[in-house]
Structure formats: C-alpha cells, structure tokens
Design a protein around this ligand. Sequence first.
Ligand code: ADE
Length: 234
Amino acid sequence: MEIDVFTLFPEWFDWFERQRHVRNAIEAGSRLRYISYRDHTPLTAGQVDDTPFGGGAGMVLRVDVVDAALRGHYGRDPVEVRSGRRLIALTPGGRLLDDALAQELAAEPALTLLCGRYEGFDERVVEHLATDAVSVGRYVLSGGELAAMVVCDAVLRKLPGALGDAESAVEESFSPALGGAPEYPHYTRPAEYRGWRVPDVLLSGHHERIREWRAEQSRRRALAGRFGGRQGPG
Ligand code: ADE
C-alpha cells in the first residue's frame, strides 16, 4: 500500500510514523509520503489559502494550489491521476469512515489523502480533483491532518503484518466476522478486583459457552448502539 498525504503540516506525521503498527506496516512494504502544498504553490510568499467568495469567516484552501501540488508530485494532470488511484479529500461532510470503507480502501494499491485547512477546500477540489470525500465524524477539526492519520491507521491495521501475532483485525469491532457489530467485552487478570468479578463463563474453560456468550454480548452492544443506549455491563 502506497499512501501520499498532501498537507500544510508534514511534520505532524513524524509522531504517527514512529508508532509500532505504522512502522510494522512500512517494514512489511507499505510506503507513506507527505507532500507540502506550500512546496508547490504557484503563489508568492507561500500563499495557499484565500478568503471565501461571498464573504464569511475563515480561509479556504485554493484549488490552483491543490492542483499544482498534485501536478508537481505526480508529473501530470491530476484529472488524469484520479482515473488511476483514489484521491480522497478529507472533509467533515464526506462519506463517514467505517469498517467497510476502511476495508475497501485497504484493498487499493495506492491512496492519496488531501488535507484541508481552515474552513476547508475550495469545493472544486472535491468536485474535479478528488474521487472521494471522506469524513471521520460529524464534527469539524481544525484541519484534515488528524483525519488523515485516522484513515491511515484504520487502513494500515487491515494490512497483513501490521498487527503483531497476538492481535488480529479479523474479529474486531464492526468486522464482517462479527456481522458488523461491536466487539464483545474483554477482561484480564485479576479475576476479581474491588469486588468486580469477571463473568464466570470466561473462567469456565468451556469454549462453546464462551463463544455463545461473546456473540450475545456483541449483539446486545449492537442493539444498544443502534438505539443510542448506554452500553452497560453485560
Ligand atoms: N477536516 C476537518 N474536519 C474533518 C472531519 N471531521 N473529517 C475529515 N476531515 C476533516
């Protein structure tokens, strides 16, 4: 998997790249690159954004700047680039990232993530340069960088070799293995702490009953989530 992140703040990703699962993914053959819009801007004094037409607060990332950065990096018209790879604009109003989308993106050989800044992008970036608009939640971050890390994290951990042997992305929350439901609760030692006991079934060694209990917990959590209920103890 090759991921190119276009950003105003490439240095934000230094921390991200140091994380174990990201390093594992890189050692297993994935490649992450960070491209600064500012290094490609055709405007003077490193300008990348401008005030919105029609008035209003904040600044908007310019379409000519995004176009120039994509063109500079890929060496051809981004409109052509987008027919060969997913170019994803990160924006709060986009398609919500969920397990199915993470899985879909993990199956791609290459991704491009476009981080917006301030009030976001000129809409022509989304309309003409990007193939997708993706949101990590219905709230506004001060830029797309954290959203890009969320997308990278969710996608990279789906790739073989990203997680250690002891971990698995197969039977985790929202995965097809759990029918899209949240994962069942986990417990570890001590079996009793301050009077809070681990459910007896988990200590029983009875694998079939444990499997049934977990499936039931997962279903209950899915139901609680759907109706906005508190996920109380099983
Ligand atoms: N940029 C700002 N807020 C965002 C969000 N919630 N999702 C994706 N990109 C964003």
